[in-house]
Structure formats: C-alpha cells, structure tokens
Design a protein around this ligand. Structure first.
Ligand SMILES: *Cc1c(COP(=O)(O)O)cnc(C)c1O
Length: 239
C-alpha cells in the first residue's frame, strides 16, 4: 500500500472507532484536506476511494480541479471567501464551508448557473469568540441563516467551525457541542431546510467532533502529512 492509502485506512478506522464509541448511527464523512499537496497525492487518495476533497486557496484548487476531471470528485472550498472570488467559487465547487456574510451569499447565489444544482453552503461560526477568527457569532447566526435560506441557488446545509485549538478532550467537546446546539436551533426555525451538516473536527480533534455529531470531519495532516509553508513553496501561509 502507498503511504496515502495507509494513512487513509488509519483515518477511516479512527472514524469508525469513534462512531461506535460514541454510538453514532448516522454517517460521518471524511473530507480530505489537500491544500498545498500535489495532484499526484490527491490521485492516490482517489485511487483508495476518497471522493470528497477540501481546498483553501482558489487558484491552487482551480488547477487541481482542471487536472482531475471526470472522476466523480466532490470539491469543497474550506478557505475564507473573498467577495471578488465568488464567481469562480460558485462555478467550480460543490460545497462552500466558510460563508459568514450575507453579501458573500448573495454573490455566490448570483454567480451559480441555472444549469448547476444549488450550491451547498455551510455557515462558519466563530464559537470561541476569538476576534482574530472569521465566522459569524452565535447571536448573529439566525439572521444570516434566514437571509441565506432565501437564495434559490444556495442549499443551506449546516454549520462549520474551527474552534480555538486545545489538547484537552473535554474542551474540544464543549466547543463542538456549541456548534451542534446552534444547528439544532436552526433546524427548529427552518424545518423545511435540509440542515443535516456539521463540518467540524480536524486531525487533532476528530474524536471529540464525532462525539458531538460531526457529519464531515476535515482531515489534512493525518492523510497527507505535514504541510510545507516555507518560501520555496509558492503557496504561502495566508495567516
Ligand atoms: C487545513 C485545514 C484543515 C485540516 O487540518 P489538519 O489539522 O491538517 O487536519 C481543516 N479545516 C480547515 C478549515 C483547514 O484550513
């Protein structure tokens, strides 16, 4: 087995173990976060059956999408959305995970073509209240969700968060439980919407995320190895 195949098998086993430990009957999907990684590694993951891929940088993602046509890949954009990039995002992705402003939602809706299915949207929530992080606050969430739900070319699927990093399992769980509560509240407000998605959990906190109901875990390092943001890498760390 290749390195990627082994890593993927390990991550899938960890997801299954967490599902049974926390008695999750529903599905937990694996989103392979491939930012900064070459197409050859994505192809290896694809050969091991991986179909959901997450990317953070638009131009890099567009190059990969062009290099991997007709493979049944579901492309997720998980980076911050700039309003002048909404057209290529709406045209090329199946999911956008980081919508946190009505203006971005409107622009994505306007740019999505009528020949495409509605674009799947997650609203990014700043659960830890860190001023440095993007995301809407829990208080502002109902108004944003109401606005987004009115756009015909958007399919509001749920919520996404990147909590403040912690190595304490109970702290990780607490942050994810807040996102899960926020989703429950939205489901009550919008019973006719398909609000079935909690995009939460990364390589270091996926067990805690699964314990609190994650439906997509976004895993990069555990599949593809550490990322290289040094200067010889053209993709510079944006933060
Ligand atoms: C990079 C990234 C991930 C993957 O993180 P790992 O710790 O490498 O698993 C997940 N979600 C988002 C939004 C990211 O930017």
């Amino acid at each position: 087995m290749s390195h990627i195949a082994e890593n993927l098998a390990q991550v899938r086993a960890q997801i299954q173990a967490a599902r049974s430990r926390f008695n999750r009957k529903d599905d937990v999907q694996l989103l392979a976060v491939s930012k900064t990684k070459p197409v050859a590694l994505l192809l290896e993951a694809w050969q091991s059956g991986q179909r959901h891929f997450g990317e953070n940088y638009l131009q890099e993602a567009l190059d990969k999408i062009a290099a991997l046509p007709d493979k049944g890949i579901i492309w997720h954009f998980i980076g911050p959305v700039q309003s002048n990039k909404t057209t290529p995002l709406a045209e090329n992705f199946d999911w956008i995970h980081c919508v946190d402003r009505a203006r971005i939602a409107r622009r994505l809706n306007d740019a999505r073509s009528d020949s495409q299915p509605a674009l799947n949207i997650c609203l990014q929530v700043n659960i830890s209240g860190e001023s440095s992080k993007s995301g809407v606050s829990i208080d502002e969430l109902p108004a944003l969700a109401a606005e987004v739900s009115r756009y015909p070319k958007l399919n509001l699927r749920g919520l996404m968060a990147i909590p403040a990093s912690s190595h304490i399992f109970e702290e990780q769980q607490y942050a994810f439980s807040q996102l899960a509560c926020a989703l429950q509240a939205l489901q009550q407000d919008h019973p006719s919407l398909p609000l079935d998605t909690l995009s939460m959990g990364m390589s270091n906190d996926l067990d805690a995320a699964i314990s609190q109901g994650a439906t997509f875990v976004r895993i990069g390092t555990a599949i593809f190895g550490a990322r290289d943001y040094s200067t010889k890498n053209p993709l510079r760390n944006p933060t």
